[in-house]
Design a protein around this ligand. Structure first.
Ligand code: 3PY
Ligand code: MG
Length: 262
């Protein structure tokens, strides 16, 4: 069986990025697979299923991955720490890529890439029976080649230590890109949540510029579409715009405000 006929969704994001296009996605921290499916039909390119700031168990993550596939989005999983076992599990479930939080050195970035890639690029444990490998419907060697080629590995730059080590992190072979975590970055700069602070803005712009110059894709979490367009203009291509609760909470608050007005 042709592996591409079973997993067409993954290629779109990487292909678009390689063609210099922007891809748009959203974070999912709460909710259920149905809500992932619902946003996918709107035309987003990817969803980041978050296991760092959420209570999703493994089965929920797997079902959210399925829901993303059904609605045409690449399912990306943010693991909760830079752990080979967590990266393996996400990819074995069929994630199209992983985002790894709090990666501060080239050594840590290299560990993440090694965990995400099969031999010869890495040491990911290999099994042909996983959902990622379509339970054995495709030849194992095809899956190994496919996964090594298509799985996306983004490490988060969200600490001043990572900014100081950026040159070395960006030089890590096999790393697809960096993903800026604005909230943690602002905290580590001693200005939590001050996203308009000129020094914060300067650092973010600098990270994006250096990432692009190094030939890596740059992703960033954006609070809204205005921010997303700004970062896109600076060269960021992998834009995670808001989250499930950031869509839901204002809508509910508005509903309550409106009804209370009588
Ligand atoms: C942060 O803002 O710290 C993030 O990790 C967002 O993804
Ligand atoms: Mg963070």
């Amino acid at each position: 069986m042709d592996i591409y006929s079973l997993m067409p969704y993954k290629n779109k994001v990487k292909e678009k990025l390689a063609a210099g296009q922007t891809v748009n996605g959203i974070f999912y921290c709460n909710g259920r697979p149905a809500y992932v499916e619902m946003v996918g039909y709107a035309g987003l390119d990817f969803v980041i299923i978050d296991t760092e700031h959420s209570s999703h168990d493994a089965e929920m993550v797997e079902n959210m991955i399925r829901a993303a596939e059904v609605s045409g989005m690449a399912p990306i999983v943010r693991v909760y720490e830079n752990s080979p076992a967590l990266i393996l599990r996400a990819l074995d479930m069929g994630a199209g890529g992983v985002v790894i939080p709090q990666v501060n050195t080239a050594h840590e970035a290299r560990l993440a890439v090694t965990a995400a890639k099969f031999s010869p690029q890495g040491t990911r444990g290999v099994a042909g029976i996983t959902r990622g490998a379509r339970y054995g419907y495709v030849p194992l060697t095809d899956y190994v080649t496919y996964s090594n080629k298509n799985s996306l590995v983004f490490v988060q730059v969200e600490d001043v230590i990572a900014v100081n080590n950026l040159e070395e992190i960006l030089a890590v072979d096999g790393l697809d890109g960096i993903f800026i975590g604005p909230t943690d970055l602002s905290q580590s700069m001693g200005m939590t949540g001050q996203f308009d602070n000129p020094e914060y803005c300067r650092i973010v712009a600098d990270i994006i510029t250096r990432g692009v110059k190094a030939g890596k894709w740059v992703g960033i979490f954006c609070l809204d579409t205005t921010q997303a367009k700004h970062y896109r203009n600076l060269g960021a291509q992998f834009l995670a715009i808001g989250s499930d609760s950031m869509l839901f909470v204002p809508a509910v608050r508005n509903l309550v405000d409106e009804i209370k007005k009588g």
